[in-house]
Design a binder for this molecule. Structure first.
Ligand SMILES: Nc1ncnc2c1ncn2[C@@H]1O[C@H](COP(=O)(O)OP(=O)(O)OP(=O)(O)O)[C@@H](O)[C@H]1O
Ligand SMILES: [Mg+2]
Length: 233
């Protein structure tokens, strides 16, 4: 579904991704783990068209997408729930969800919004509420719900569990699994390496802009280097 071939991404002089290659097959959950500053968010931003690789290529569903605009990439079926949530805080929950469907003109938008609220009942209770007044966990749910409103084939999730209480973390990971079972392919960036590896079919370890390891989630969970560096020994 997704093939990233040797991309290099820079912020000015900072070489943030160094010849990074990853693959995501349809139906998979693929996790990217790595420390602060490793380049995880940079990778997702490059995929969704917010950053342009200087070299290399990105293919999505058989088409070269590097260089395409973010909205074209959403049209093709990739949706990005960014780090730090980035919801529109001065708009209501409803308006945020509607914006998630900006590429669509079909008659099923309302039904999809209903489905998002079945998945996240708290959003229904707060439908008309200003998104900026939601709790951190609720904002995260809204960000995921908004990303789902474009009916993505591939969902990019950047740190969906960051800053959440343990029970909410468990809920978010359960929702990611549910979505995947319903047919959404997921590329998940997480600092919660343990859970990210547990639910992943495959995973990549990113260190200072370079992929240093890749394997099944289960193998990486038992890999001594990964244990020491990312799983607390
Ligand atoms: N807008 C920017 N301008 C300059 N440098 C940036 C910018 N965004 C990120 N960087 C740098 O690029 C590198 C990778 O950052 P990135 O945000 O991708 O890391 P990350 O793996 O997502 O980290 P974290 O786990 O803290 O979210 C870091 O060294 C960071 O300082
Ligand atoms: Mg990040």
């Amino acid at each position: 579904m997704l093939s990233v071939q040797g991309i290099d991404v820079y912020y000015g002089m900072i070489h943030a991704l160094k010849s990074v290659s990853i693959e995501v097959a349809e139906g998979e959950i693929v996790s990217i783990i790595g420390s602060n500053g490793a380049g995880k968010s940079t990778l997702l931003r490059s995929l969704s068209g917010l950053l342009r690789p200087r070299t290399g290529q990105i293919q999505f569903l058989g088409q070269k997408i590097d260089g395409l605009s973010p909205d074209t990439i959403v049209h093709l079926g990739m949706s990005h729930s960014p780090e730090g949530r980035r919801i529109f805080t001065n708009m209501s929950v409803q308006e945020n969800l509607q914006l998630g469907a900006f590429i669509r003109q079909d008659a099923e938008i309302a039904a999809d919004m209903e489905r998002v609220m079945e998945r996240f009942p708290r959003l229904r209770e707060r439908f008309k509420q200003n998104a900026g007044t939601l709790s951190g966990g609720e904002q995260q749910m809204l960000a995921i719900g908004r990303a789902l409103m474009s009916r993505p084939k591939l969902l990019l999730l950047d740190e969906p569990s960051l800053g959440l209480a343990p029970n909410l973390v468990a809920e978010i990971f359960r929702i990611v699994l549910d979505l995947n079972k319903e047919g959404v392919t997921v590329l998940l960036v997480e600092q919660n390496a343990h859970r990210a590896l547990e639910i992943a079919h495959r995973a990549y370890v990113l260190e200072t802009g370079t992929v240093v390891l890749s394997d099944t989630g289960q193998s990486l969970l038992h890999n001594p280097k990964v244990k020491e560096a990312y799983l607390g020994g």
